[in-house]
Ligand binder design. Structure first.
Ligand SMILES: [Zn+2]
Length: 511
C-alpha cells in the first residue's frame, strides 16, 4: 500500500517465461507451505443492483507433509473487512452488509466446518476425505458477500453520470498459509495488510453487466459480460470493474501495460491527458529501473487501474496489478494545479511492490517492513531522486524546475548526518515488529515505511550503490515466488558486505 500522500512525500521478459515454465506454483520451494492450494477455480457473479458478489471457489489442496491431514483452515477475509467497516464506516456501510458461507464441500459431499475465534477463519473437517502424504483434494467454498459502499480496496464507489466502480479484493476465500507445522493466519488489518499467501494459479469466470470494463490480476478477456481470467504464480486475486473505464495499452520491453482510467472526470481535458502521460512515463521508467537494479519483472502484463480512495492512501498492490488513487489530483484540480508529484510517487510505489510483495513474498502482518521498507526506498530515493524524463515532466507540470536535483542533494546530506548520529547514539529503531505490537502513540506508517526506508538508506550508503544492488538482486533471485523473512534478508546483505559498519546498522534496525 502507498501511504497517504503527505507521508509518502517525505516476469517477463524472457527470463520470466522461463520461470513460469520451470518453477510453476506446484513446485515445492524450500519456503513453500507444506499444505498448499496450488490452483483456484472461481466462478463469481457481481450483482450491481444488490451490490453483492456470489462465488464458488474450488481450491486444489495438496498435502506435502509427511503426516495425514484431517483439517484445513480457509480464510474469508471479507468477514473481518465488513466487521471493520460496520464499526468505522457506519455512515456508508449498511448494517446488514455481510458475508455468508453457503457451504463447503469436496467431491459433492458437504464438509463440516467451524469458525475460529475470528470468524474469518474457517476450520474444515475433511472427515473420510482426510489426506495421506502426497494426496490432494478439491475443496469448494460457496459464499455470498455484500460489497460495501466504501472508497477502498473492497467496496463500490458511485461516479458521476450514474456510473459505478467496484474494487474487489480481500473477498476471495483462500487456504491459509501452513508452515512450521501450523496454520498461520492474521486478522484483517486496515492500515496495512494481513497477507502471507504463497503463489498459486487461478482460473476465473467473472460475470458483470455487459457495460462493465474489467481489470484483473493475470490475463483476462471479456465477452458479453463474461470475463475469463487466467493468472499464474500469483498470491491473490483482485478485480476492478467499472462502466466508466477507458483503457490505454502499450508494450514496454516486452511487458504489456494497460492503463485503466476515468475519462471526462476533469473539467479541463488537459488533466486527463497529463494523468495518462505521467502514468505511462512513470510505469516505463519504473519497470526499466527496477529491472536493472533488482531483476526482471515477474509477469507478462502490468495493469494500472485508477481507483478512488479519498485521501487515505495512494494506491494498492496486487500481483501484476496496481490500484492507483486518482482522487489526489481530482481534488487538487480545484486548486491551481493537479498533484502530479503524488501521482508519480503512487505509481512507482505500487510498481516497486511487484518486486517486493508480488515476486518476493513476505508475511505482511508479522513483518510489514519487509516489503514496505525496500519499496519506500525505491519510491522516494532510487526512483524519485533520479534525473529522468518523468521527473523532468512532473517538475515542468508543477512549475518547480530543478526540484529533483535539489531534493537529492538534501536527502543525501541529511541521511549521512542522521546515520552518523544514530550509529554514535546506538538508538534502536526496530523494523521487525508485528503490526499488532506497534506502540499505540505512533502513526502506523512509522515502522514499516519510515524506519524501513531509513534502514535501506543506511545500507545503501554503507555498502555503496553497486554492492547494495547486487544484494537486492541476489535476494530477489533467491526468493522470487517464495516467501522471505527478515533473517533471510539480513543474511543476503551480510553475504555481500559483512563489514563492521553494516553489522552495526543491522543492529539498529533488527531485533
Ligand atoms: Zn506499499
Amino acid at each position: 500500500m502507498a501511504a497517504a500522500a503527505s507521508i509518502s512525500e517525505g516476469g517477463t521478459a524472457a527470463s520470466t517465461s522461463e520461470r513460469t515454465a520451470t518453477d510453476s506454483a506446484s513446485t515445492i520451494a524450500s519456503t513453500d507451505p507444506l499444505i498448499k492450494a496450488d490452483h483456484y477455480t472461481i466462478d463469481a457473479s457481481l450483482n450491481t443492483k444488490k451490490h453483492q458478489l456470489t462465488e464458488s471457489v474450488t481450491m486444489h489442496v495438496v498435502n506435502n507433509t509427511d503426516g495425514e491431514v484431517s483439517r484445513l483452515c480457509i480464510v474469508n477475509t471479507a468477514y473481518g473487512y465488513l466487521k471493520y467497516d460496520r464499526k468505522y464506516y457506519k455512515f456508508d456501510v449498511k448494517k446488514n452488509a455481510k458475508t455468508s458461507i453457503r457451504g463447503i464441500s469436496a467431491g459433492g459431499k458437504a464438509l463440516s466446518y467451524k469458525p475460529g475465534k475470528d470468524p474469518s477463519d474457517l476450520f474444515v473437517d475433511l472427515g473420510d476425505s482426510r489426506l495421506a502424504p502426497g494426496q490432494s483434494i478439491d475443496v469448494t467454498v460457496k459464499v455470498t458477500t455484500s460489497v460495501p459502499k466504501r472508497e477502498d480496496r473492497f467496496g463500490y464507489t458511485r461516479l458521476a453520470g450514474g456510473k459505478t466502480l467496484y474494487n474487489l479484493s480481500f473477498c476471495f476465500p483462500y487456504l491459509s498459509d501452513y508452515r512450521g507445522g501450523k496454520w498461520n493466519y492474521h486478522p484483517y488489518y486496515d492500515d496495512g495488510e494481513n497477507r502471507n499467501s504463497a503463489v498459486s494459479d487461478y482460473d476465473i469466470t467473472f460475470r458483470a453487466p455487459k457495460s462493465y470494463t474489467v481489470a484483473a490480476v493475470g490475463k483476462s478477456s471479456t465477452e458479453d459480460g463474461i470475463t475469463k481470467i487466467h493468472a499464474a504464480n500469483v498470491r491473490e486475486m483482485a478485480i476492478c470493474a467499472s462502466d466508466a473505464y477507458k483503457k490505454q495499452s502499450w508494450t514496454f520491453n516486452g511487458t504489456r501495460v494497460n492503463n485503466y482510467y476515468f475519462p471526462g472526470r476533469y473539467k479541463k481535458s488537459k488533466y486527463m491527458k497529463l494523468y495518462n502521460k505521467v502514468c505511462k512515463s512513470v510505469a516505463n521508467e519504473s519497470l526499466d529501473l527496477y529491472t536493472k537494479n533488482i531483476g526482471p519483472y515477474a509477469y507478462d502484463e502490468l495493469d494500472l487501474v485508477e481507483c478512488l480512495f479519498g485521501f487515505g492512501f495512494g494506491g494498492m498492490e496486487y500481483p501484476g496489478l496496481a490500484m492507483i488513487n486518482g482522487n489526489l489530483e481530482y481534488y487538487a484540480k480545484k486548486q491551481s494545479q493537479c498533484n502530479f508529484d503524488s501521482l508519480r510517487s503512487n505509481v512507482t510505489h505500487e510498481i516497486a511492490h511487484q518486486w517486493f510483495y508480488a515476486a518476493v513474498g513476505s508475511d505482511e502482518y508479522a513483518e510489514a517492513w519487509l516489503d514496505e521498507g525496500p519499496v519506500s526506498f525505491l519510491e522516494t530515493v532510487e526512483f524519485k531522486l533520479a534525473d529522468s524524463s518523468s521527473s523532468a515532466l512532473v517538475d515542468k507540470i508543477e512549475k518547480t524546475p530543478g526540484k529533483t536535483a535539489r531534493l537529492r542533494k538534501e536527502y543525501f546530506t541529511d541521511i549521512r548526518k542522521e546515520m552518523k548520529k544514530q550509529l554514535k547514539s546506538g538508538k534502536k529503531t526496530y523494523v521487525n515488529v508485528p503490526v499488532n505490537k506497534y506502540p499505540k502513540d505512533q502513526v502506523t506508517s512509522l515502522i514499516p515505511y519510515d524506519y524501513g526506508c531509513r534502514f535501506m538508506g543506511y545500507l545503501y550508503l554503507a555498502m555503496g550503490a553497486d554492492a547494495f544492488h547486487s544484494a537486492l538482486h541476489d535476494y530477489y533471485e533467491t526468493y522470487s515466488m517464495k516467501q522471505a523473512t527478515t533473517e533471510d534478508f539480513v543474511n543476503v546483505i551480510r553475504r555481500h558486505d559483512n563489514a563492521e559498519k553494516v553489522n552495526a546498522i543491522i543492529k539498529l534496525f533488527v531485533k
